[in-house]
Design a protein around this ligand. Structure first.
Ligand code: ZN
Length: 393
């Protein structure tokens, strides 16, 4: 990491761009624009101004007069730091220590913005790129991409390209897909009353136990759903699989009160081949049977539904990207799909073959305390992007 890159990263890490508050978005984009132009990129800014708040997106173009255009997807919003007193290094300050750089968003995803822009700077200097680039630098990734990448692809800007790289992923494997997610809440309805008279009321906590016991069968059912896409190294299965977890339990308020309501929230992960609407229907059917079998009054409501996505691993550009990573990083690096979700579906829904690669290594504490990036990973990502642009057609 050179001085230009470090200063660029420092200036944007110092701005709190958490997507809950959406403050400092404009200031952050102004800095990024300055560095993009310094790198020789042509900058366009598309701001949805949704809700009257600046939510600017940058499209930074490297025009190599090539027939192929590669879209690089990055984001400048971050998740809130939580209690800053719990951080060893202040979240909104770049701390360089040994082989690591610390700060909120340093690896997710501001370091990847700097790696992408710096790679373009090098390619422009050398005049060596065989493809055009559009680096998309968006807000709101952490809250689903609305008015961010969604706005660039599906709003008025209608950005298009021939290949996508989501530079918001890890360097341990080349990802070509991600899981979908369905989240929601099961509410068990009882009646509230004085705990001295339990025979008079229907205790929602007691009633929720057989419901949850039956929903455990759905955990087993989902586990049997198998994808064609390989699971990341270290997974308990060879390929991606369906998942269902009960993740939040809320009931009761006082020890002397029979609770009238219990809420069980869940998170269901789908494989790229599944349609979330179909899975949601299946879950509803299963839940209906649970209600009949347990004779408990309960209801189910969905909160989130996002499809997974997957690209064809045999696509020539995906093969080329994989061989670039094997050559530069490690010949043993495999192609996998992610157990989590990401923004790749905004590309693949427009039939743009897409890979994910970036600095977000497992140990980086992104979304946690003392988020950091390995400086070696920064150099790796930059070099992979440069080499890929110089050798793909
Ligand atoms: Zn991210």
């Amino acid at each position: 990491m050179d001085k230009w890159e470090e200063t660029f990263l420092r200036e944007i890490v110092e701005l709190d761009t958490n997507s809950d508050e959406k403050k400092n978005y404009q200031a952050c984009v102004d800095i990024i624009q300055k560095y993009c132009e310094d790198a020789g990129l042509k900058v366009e800014v598309f701001d949805s101004k949704h809700d009257g708040i600046p939510q600017p997106n940058i499209v930074a173009t490297m025009d190599a007069s090539a027939k192929t255009t590669v879209l690089l997807c990055t984001h400048y919003d971050v998740v809130p730091p939580g209690d800053t007193a719990d951080w060893t290094y202040p979240p909104f300050k770049l701390t360089m220590k040994g082989s690591k750089a610390y700060g909120r968003g340093v690896t997710d995803d501001k370091g990847n913005i700097v790696a992408s822009v710096s790679a373009a700077k090098e390619l422009i200097k050398r005049g060596s790129s065989k493809v055009n680039w559009k680096i998309l630098i968006s807000p709101n990734e952490e809250i689903g991409g609305e008015w961010g990448i969604d706005y660039l692809m599906n709003g008025p800007p209608k950005i298009r390209g021939d290949f996508g790289i989501v530079v918001d992923s890890g360097p341990e494997y080349v990802s070509i897909g991600a899981s979908g997610v369905i989240a929601g809440t099961i509410t068990v309805h009882g009646t509230q009353g004085h705990a001295g008279y339990p025979f008079k009321f229907a205790n929602a906590i007691h009633l929720s136990i057989p419901v949850m016991q039956s929903m455990l069968d759905y955990v087993d059912l989902r586990r049997k759903v198998e994808s064609e896409y390989p699971a990341p190294p270290g997974s308990p299965h060879r390929t991606l699989w369906g998942r269902f977890s009960m993740t939040v339990y809320q009931a009761g308020s006082k020890t002397n009160t029979i609770p009238g309501k219990a809420e069980i929230s869940f998170d269901c992960r789908t494989i790229p081949e599944e349609d979330v609407e179909e899975v949601a229907k299946d879950l509803e059917q299963f839940f209906k049977r649970v209600k009949e079998e347990t004779c408990v009054e309960a209801s189910l409501a969905f909160k989130t539904k996002h499809d997974g996505w997957g690209s064809d691993k045999d696509h020539p550009m995906i093969q080329k990207f994989h061989s670039t990573v094997k050559e530069l990083v490690d010949p043993a690096i495999v192609i996998s799909a992610d157990l989590g979700g990401n923004d790749g579906h905004y590309f693949t829904s427009h039939r743009i073959p897409t890979v994910c690669f970036g600095t977000l290594r497992d140990d980086n504490n992104y979304h946690g305390l003392d988020e950091f990036m390995h400086i070696d990973d920064f150099d790796t990502v930059k070099n992979v992007l440069i080499h890929f642009a110089e050798t793909c057609e």
